[in-house]
Design a binder for this molecule. Structure first.
Ligand code: NAP
Length: 288
């Protein structure tokens, strides 16, 4: 397959690249392509003539999105529309990523693909709009909701992924307050990339949830990061109201990978195992 990989410098794209070795991949970074620019997207697709477009690009600084709704919808919705239309025009597949934040978090059991959405923030609303546009304008779509991503390439727009940010703050000796009333499933981009590479070869188009298994609060996630790193940090739990972030987040956004399992893709490992693996690779790369 000829694959156009958008947002190629990002953490998910970098891990996807590792798993797309049997394909001819055309990676495009943000510097090379702005997805909100319809004409630029048209030209890029015309040049690459892809069988598949994978879009990992997003404006996903959740709090900044509250102040920049136009940019949020331009990138997370119009940008996706541009890609969906071009994918449809050349009969290509479109793989697009969305978020657990499309749910309002009132459930206490993992959300399936059939559950009702209820976005609480500008970011979540713009991502939900993007999902709808991908589904409406490209027949051969895979819309994949995922959650709490971290990967070896870090997360450029947020200044390092959550794991690296927490370790950096602990190293600086800063007291840390992390929310204990938002429950999620941290997910390794390495594990996700492997499964996406399998899925995109199938004809089972549609909406998928894809995350590691298990669940924890951001506070518990941070505790596990420090435990694995052997770091003694001044870490205390807090709640969302005291933390006072600009955007509202769902208190519970655990996803059930129901459709993925139904179509024979192996379930993810528990989030703790994936994190341990990440920490080990990190340790090895720091001594080599
Ligand atoms: N990170 C998470 O915890 C998380 C959770 C759930 C869902 N997701 C979704 O998963 C996907 C991948 O996330 P990620 O963590 O891999 O993000 P990432 O590391 O920030 O990568 C995204 C890449 O897209 C590029 N990009 C941003 N805006 C663009 C635009 N308008 N046109 C073209 N390229 C653009 C970015 O470049 P610059 O940095 O140079 O702008 C970056 O290289 C996104 O759709 C995100 O919404 C992420």
């Amino acid at each position: 397959m000829r694959i156009l990989l958008i947002g190629a410098a990002g953490q998910l794209a970098q891990d996807l690249l590792e798993h797309l070795g049997t394909h001819e991949v055309f990676p495009l970074t943000h510097e090379q392509l702005e997805i909100a620019d319809g004409e630029a997207v048209r030209q890029a697709v015309e040049m690459a003539r892809p069988d598949c477009i994978i879009n990992t690009a997003a404006f996903h600084k959740v709090d900044d999105c509250e102040d920049q709704p136009e940019r949020s919808f331009l990138v997370n919705a119009v940008g996706v529309y541009n890609l969906a239309c071009e994918a449809q025009r050349c009969a290509a597949r479109l793989v697009h990523f969305s978020t657990d934040y499309v749910f309002d978090g009132r459930s206490r059991v993992p959300y399936t693909e059939e559950d009702r959405t209820g976005p609480l923030s500008v970011y979540a609303s713009s991502k939900l709009a993007g999902e709808g546009l991908a589904q409406r304008y490209c027949e051969r779509h895979f819309v994949i909701r995922t959650c709490g991503l971290y990967g070896d390439a870090g997360n450029r727009s947020k200044g390092g992924n959550f794991v690296e940010r927490m370790l950096g703050l602990a190293r600086a000796g800063r007291p840390l307050r992390v929310v204990a009333d938002q429950v999620l499933t941290p997910t390794s981009t390495r594990d996700l990339g492997e499964r996406v590479a399998r899925l995109l070869q199938s004809e089972s188009f549609g909406l998928y949830h894809m995350t590691s298994t298990g669940q924890c609060s951001w506070y518990e996630f941070t505790q596990e990061i420090f435990r694995l790193a052997g770091v003694a940090a001044d870490l205390q739990p807090t709640d969302s109201a005291s933390f006072g972030a600009k955007a509202r987040r769902p208190p519970y956004s655990v996803l059930d990978n129901a459709r993925m399992r139904r179509f024979g893709i192996p379930e993810f490992r528990p989030w703790q195992d994936a994190l341990a693996d990440y920490m080990l690779r990190r340790k090895i790369s720091s001594v080599t």
